[in-house]
Design a protein around this ligand. Structure first.
Ligand code: SF4
Length: 304
């Protein structure tokens, strides 16, 4: 186990497990395995937790709860899927009411397979999570201190292939969330994206010498319409999205109103916009599987 300065606090949520894996998680806390001797504490408050242990598969009822807990945890954070159900859905994967493993709704850092996962394997998984947490903390500090420069600048036409690759990668989780791989960002062709350059301002986020984020926007009747804000999955939770949205808003100084949209299940996106001052103002059914939630920010309201 790596040396760490702060005791890692875990929070455990039982998605839809048969209780087998939960019992094993609890066994880790009993005197036999006693993870507290390693400084690991189980907390019931997501705001105090660093490591999120999930048992059981994801379904329509627990999806929002899992996302809610994750969103309330401070960054950086690590997710551990415990047991084969949380890893992939396991034997329940094909059930009508099972969406799959935790990675359907959250970025999973450590997988602990097994049915049930043994306490030794769970402790091993937590140990791996601590190492990842430590790396994430270092990385966050480097980014926040400016040691790893993050550059936000207008993209040019020759960036289109990289932006398209990033867009397709970033929208995979959305497609899985709705079980709909026909989403327009996934179907967009290079020619279509290049054409968007004629009517949109594209911004790109560059880190480690590559494009890790992008957003586009255009102005119409005093409103700035923001679309397809994407961040590479490996660079999420480092504030890249915030920098992109703040910068794109600044690039449209004449606009008093900003508008964007998100799918109704995309809680992370909706929370992101809400944190940046956006409010829901309408919704619209765009397909059998998806409603579109429209969000707006009014600069005049902001000043009051
Ligand atoms: S992996 Fe096995 S023991 Fe764990 S929740 Fe699923 S069915 Fe139960």
């Amino acid at each position: 186990m790596p040396y760490f300065k702060k005791s890692p606090w875990i929070i455990h949520y039982d998605g839809s497990s048969c209780n087998g894996c939960d019992i094993e998680v609890l066994a880790c806390l009993t005197p036999v395995y006693d993870v507290e001797r390693l400084g690991i504490i189980n907390t019931g408050n997501p705001k105090h937790a660093d490591i999120f242990l999930v048992t059981g598969s994801i379904n329509e009822q627990n999806r929002e709860v899992v996302q809610n807990i994750y969103e309330q945890m401070p960054d950086p954070k690590v997710v551990v899927a415990i047991g084969i159900c949380a890893t992939s859905g396991g034997i329940f994967a094909e059930c009508y009411n099972v969406m799959g493993g935790v990675n359907k709704v959250l970025p999973v850092d450590v997988y602990v397979p097994g049915c049930a996962a043994r306490p030794e394997a769970i402790i091993d998984g937590i140990s791996a999570a601590i190492k990842i947490l430590d790396e994430k903390r270092k990385r966050t500090k480097e980014i926040q201190s400016g040691k790893v420069p993050l550059l936000i600048e207008p993209a040019v036409l020759s960036d289109a292939p990289q932006i398209l690759d990033l867009q397709r990668l970033a929208y995979q989780s959305e497609a899985e969330l709705y079980n709909d791989f026909t989403l327009s960002p996934l179907r967009q062709t290079l020619e279509e994206l290049q054409k968007d350059f004629e009517s949109n301002l594209f911004l790109k986020a560059i880190m480690d010498g590559k494009i890790i984020g992008a957003v586009r926007a255009y102005e119409a009747k005093g409103t700035c319409f923001i679309d397809r804000l994407v961040v590479h999955p490996q660079y999420q939770n480092f504030g890249v999205g915030s920098k992109l949205i703040n910068e794109i808003e600044l690039r449209f100084p004449v606009c008093r109103r900003f508008e964007s949209f998100s799918g109704h299940k995309s809680k992370r996106n909706i929370d992101f916009y809400t944190r940046h001052g956006y409010k829901k103002f309408k919704s619209e059914k765009v397909s059998e599987k998806r409603d579109r939630i429209y969000l707006e920010k009014n600069k005049t309201e902001e000043k009051q």
